[in-house]
Write a protein that binds this ligand. Structure first.
Ligand SMILES: [Zn+2]
Length: 498
């Protein structure tokens, strides 16, 4: 369908790369920003007028780290650390079928679009290994919702209990026998599925493209890592992994590899500009220097880090080292929401814990840039989205300046970061197509989606109940071991994690 050009007139426009808000009119042609002109300047007469009086227009936010398979698990996690979250993963994120892939991508997309996010990096888990059809269906869920995404299967050839040195052996015999019934597929079967997914990807890669996510360094053998890197290189697919998310991972990494997780990945040739490290809490100066030198991005997930008690990522130190930073929500099981406004605000506040000198703090401009351009760079979509510039896609969010969050209007950018939570959104466009209007999704039948999600949550969690019970019985042993391990000594440069 050929879309008429659009003339968006009368609004204030927030430009993240310039850190500036000013009045401007936009011409949208073929789904892209064709021109940015002074208010009232001439635009082609055939363009359809989109009135933006009393509106703040910003680029769509980009979620640099989420997991759609866990969109089923809002409000499910208890007082779990990352390790207990992983221990419970087989029931919180397992037992899903192929139809659930599309459903949960739609669930994720619905929440993100309603909250002003137009692209995401989705790390999807299928057990015991990913399937090309599952990833294609996830992608279709985003495409049908009218949202952009990188869809990356989560890869592992070790289970959580095998990944932490000493954990499996520390369990009582009956518990070890139980968790040994849960297995991951081998390296060859995993890589074969990934190769087929990358080769047969059926979707337009400007909309949704494939990536690869060896999920956690300790969960993947070296052969798996190097095999995934070779595939990523051959197919131009970006890579993403959780890196030093918990202190336990950092300690266990040194125990297993005799060096930091970051140094280990670098020794395997994994790090590069197409690599995104999620969390990166327990990194030292040498790690940050390495990530910066290789051009890697970090996906900072402050709400998840709080929810799991993982620690505080020292983002000002990352920025000072030259690491690119994007912002993510992480999964609905470990932050319960996918709200990048909330994430921007938390990122800004948290940076104040790293230094008594306000010059070191992240500014609203910094975190706005991270949640747009920075995340888009992590997705490898920065040539398409994440900013307002001629030539980029018209992925735009309109906010009502009459809302309580912007009243009185003193500083739109400060109020966007410190006051907004998504309630002021009136319209969301992706590629010039309106996907949210007056607070409603135009691409998704939300009542039907809601009904199916509630049904599937009931069915899946009922079917997973025996596994939940089995894991709950073993949880005290895992907790005891992990709490002990986390109290171990970790030599990190003083300036980084507390
Ligand atoms: Zn994650």
């Amino acid at each position: 369908m050929i879309q008429r050009p659009l003339a968006i007139r009368g609004g204030l426009v927030a430009f993240p790369s310039e850190g500036e808000v000013r009045a401007a009119d936009l011409l949208i042609q073929d789904g892209r920003i064709a021109a940015i002109v002074a208010p009232g300047a001439a635009l082609p007469e055939e363009a359809e007028l989109v009135g933006a009086n009393d509106r703040l227009i910003m680029p769509g936010l980009v979620n640099a780290h989420t997991h759609s398979h866990l969109a089923i698990a809002k409000g499910v996690s208890r007082a779990w650390t990352l390790e207990l979250h992983l221990h419970n993963g087989p029931w919180t994120g397992g037992g899903q079928n192929l139809a659930d892939r599309h459903l949960l991508a739609q669930a994720s997309a619905a929440e993100m679009l309603l909250k002003g996010c137009t692209a995401c990096y989705d790390l999807v888990l299928e057990l015991p290994q990913p399937s090309p059809d599952g990833m294609f269906a996830t992608a279709a869920g985003y495409i049908d919702a009218g949202m952009r995404a990188v869809v990356a299967p989560m890869l592992a050839d070790r289970t959580f209990w095998q990944a932490i040195p000493g954990l499996r052996d520390a369990l009582p015999d009956h518990a070890r026998a139980e968790i040994d019934t849960i297995r991951m597929a081998g390296v060859d079967a995993n890589l074969e599925a990934c190769e087929r997914m990358l080769r047969e990807w059926p979707h337009d890669r400007l909309g949704v493209r494939p990536g690869l996510a060896p999920t956690i360094p300790l969960h993947c053998s070296d052969a798996f890592w190097t095999g995934a890197r070779a595939l990523a290189n051959a197919h131009g697919a970006p890579m993403h992994a959780h890196l030093a998310e918990s202190k336990i991972q950092a300690i266990a990494g040194r125990a297993r590899y005799g060096m930091s997780l970051t140094a280990h990945l670098d020794a395997l040739g994994i790090l590069g500009p197409d690599f995104t490290a999620a969390h990166g809490i327990w990194l030292d100066d040498a790690d940050l220097e390495l990530l910066a030198r290789r051009g890697c991005s970090v996906a900072h997930n402050p709400s998840s880090n709080f929810r799991l008690g993982s620690g505080i990522a020292n983002v000002p130190a990352m920025v000072a080292a030259g690491v690119r930073v994007g912002l993510g929500s992480d999964a609905c099981s470990c932050s319960d929401h996918q709200n990048l406004f909330e994430v921007m605000r938390l990122a800004c506040y948290l940076s104040r814990t790293a230094s008594f000198d306000p010059d070191d703090w992240l500014s609203p401009r910094d975190v706005f840039e991270m949640a747009t351009c920075g995340s888009a760079r992590a997705l490898g979509l920065h040539e398409i989205t994440g900013d307002i510039r001629p030539g980029l896609a018209a992925d735009l969010v309109f906010l009502d300046l009459g809302s309580v969050n912007f009243t009185p209007l003193n500083d739109p950018l400060y109020q966007l970061v410190f006051a907004e939570e998504g309630r002021s959104i009136t319209r969301v466009m992706v590629g010039g197509r309106t996907v949210v209007e007056d607070g409603r999704l135009t691409t998704i039948d939300y009542p039907a989606l809601r009904a199916r999600l509630n049904d599937r949550a009931r069915e899946i969690f009922a079917a997973n109940a025996p596994r939940k019970e089995m894991l709950a019985a073993i949880e005290p042993f895992v907790k005891h071991f992990c709490v002990g391990l986390a109290q171990g000594r970790l030599e990190l440069a003083e300036s980084v994690a507390p």
